[in-house]
Design a protein around this ligand. Sequence first.
Ligand SMILES: [Cu+2]
Length: 752
Amino acid sequence: MSTPGQFALAGNTLISTMMMLVGSSSLVYMLDKAEGNAAQVNGHPAWGSVYDLTTNKAQVMDVRTNVFCASGMHLPNGSFVTFGGNGAIGPGGAMGSRLNPGGWSASWDVDYGDFDGTKAIRILNICDKTDNFLSTKCGWFDEPELLSMKSQRWYSAAEATGTGEIVLIGGFTSGGYINRNWPNVDPAYEGGAANPTFEFYPPRSGDPPVMQFMVSTSGLNAYAHTFLMPDGRMFVQANLSTVLWDFNANVETPLPPMPNGVVRVYPASGAVAMLPLTPENNWTPTILFCGGSDMPDEAWGNYSFPAINTWDYPASKDCQRISPTDPSPAYTTDDAMADGRTMGQFIILPTGKLLLLNGGANGTAGFSQATGQTSDFSQMPFAESLASGPVFTPSLYDPEAPPGKRWSSAGLGASTIPRLYHSTAILLPDASVLVAGSNPNIDVNLTAPFPTNYQAEIFYPPYFSGLRPKTEGVPSQLGYGGSPFDVLVPSSSYAGSANTAASGTQVTIVRPGFTTHAMNMGQRFLRLNSTYTVHSNGSFTLHVSQVPPNPNLFQPGPAFLYVVIGGTPSIGSYVIVGNGGIGAQNVADVQALPASVGLDGIAGKGESGSETSSSNSASGTDSGGNPTSTSGLGTGAIVGLVVGPAALLAVVAGIAVAVLRRRRRQARVAVLVNQYPMIGGGMGVGGAAHPYANVPLGSHADLSTPYERSGRTDSFVNGHDRWQEDDLGVARWRDDAPVASVGADTGYRRMR
Ligand SMILES: [Cu+2]
């Protein structure tokens, strides 16, 4: 049932969906914190699942470490990776049974079977829906003894660079409501509880340096809002501060502070997104902030809990825009939302409008069992939830409408499910929006006022009433600059004048991102230049430019390409932008598009409204008939599918250059990786109290019980030989690597 403008129930997610990502045209991967979910995997509660868009059914996946409030991002080859989390916990959120040295946290728990996730790097090789998701190849690679961050990060920010590296910023080292003690006398380290540093994945040499912005925003800087700018610097916003940051030189350029005292980062959790990058705005970034909280600074409390009863404090309605690359960047007040919202979430639709949904009218994200005003948990009116007043009705924001007319809820139906802390939403390939999760509870609680939620919904934007365009010949890989490509739009895709339809058609690429905590990390929308040729049979060809020749505008990696006619999008086609590898991307001069050629008296043969229920059934295959999932890099296969000999040559040339560059770099990087192992190198965070680094690493002897308990066999462990570190230190699944011959002669190494 896909009623335009309405929510529909969409199956059980098995875990409470704190995080999700769209891995392919048919699969959504979901993650939860380690908790007492009824669904089991390998003898312990599950906190991972994979959801099939063609059936709306989930199956469990095994995840070893506690993903509680990790960050996540795509990799250039379409894989995804998540970073950090919390220590091992058991029932009720209690510290796990096997304590780390010093007793500050736990490395493993006997009941839930979760390992310490504070330094975890979990990598996902996207598989096909018919594959075995409990296999080594298709499960999360989650082996902190083999691959870890240099320091502990809980609620870190993650942002991809133009080379496909990932920058990880800040975070807590163990946990808490906000990232400070009170009074805040040690704003950098908070006695070891805060991590003010940043690091990279794949790792760069040396200890993680301090980012001064993490010190100046101390307390309210978890999950900082980050957006890569065209010049390669990063826009970063936290607390009431804003900077442009050169992460290579670690130099910050201050921008104006956030007006009206509205905090936008967790746990204020405003809705934040980069507006569409379009030819009309010359792909100039503008960041939109809506809602959050203007609680006074002292009300935020400390690691333990807020100082006030947050559920009585109205969330902000305030919206601000800023274009960071303007000569004199400034926040400007935008149309306010109809309701105040904390944990509202922006989903950029293929039309370029932004859907706002989820969240609450009062309070903040986070949970606790007391506040500065309520010391007795039995007096907490919403149990552990620090928010109240779930907002059930979505709104649409039109960034191109004149001020005063940007918001509308006309024709949009309400959900019946509160989506508060730890809820999620993400754009699906068919241009609907999957909504899941909500769990403002320390452990599974089905009777709390805002219970642990397992019920997915899909929201169908109003364009589901329109005739869905079809596309033929969408390439599976896009480059930066170079020769345009052609997409055929058949005559059944539209009604009325061909010239009108063709001249009003837009081609956009959308990256749904990695959603958690009301954010979609990496979400980005870029509209491509296009012209057209109308054919006498009623079809028309779109001539489409590649992505503009600047990888900072749209970082290398996966996206969905949509053709939008008259405000109605096609089903999205899965594309990889860039060469699929981490490193310099091939950038070419933009070749001119042919002039548009109309043909009078030609009309489409589509009947409006005849295709309204394409829903998810169409999303298992892409509309161009191309393979819709990529597993591994598969560069050869990708090249073979690029349409047009000119484009093929350009891409081949680009990959050849990239390979050469990679080979040249290999020796240097190998030295760096050897010199600075990814784990066991010490905290890199002065004064940090957590003694994780003292745990014997690389030895499985201490882990024999957990291995047995989780049902892992020698063959499972051995299968990990095919998860290998390439010359850039990136873990990749290698179908072609014989398990027995891993070693120097293959050029690949086992990860440490
Ligand atoms: Cu959280």
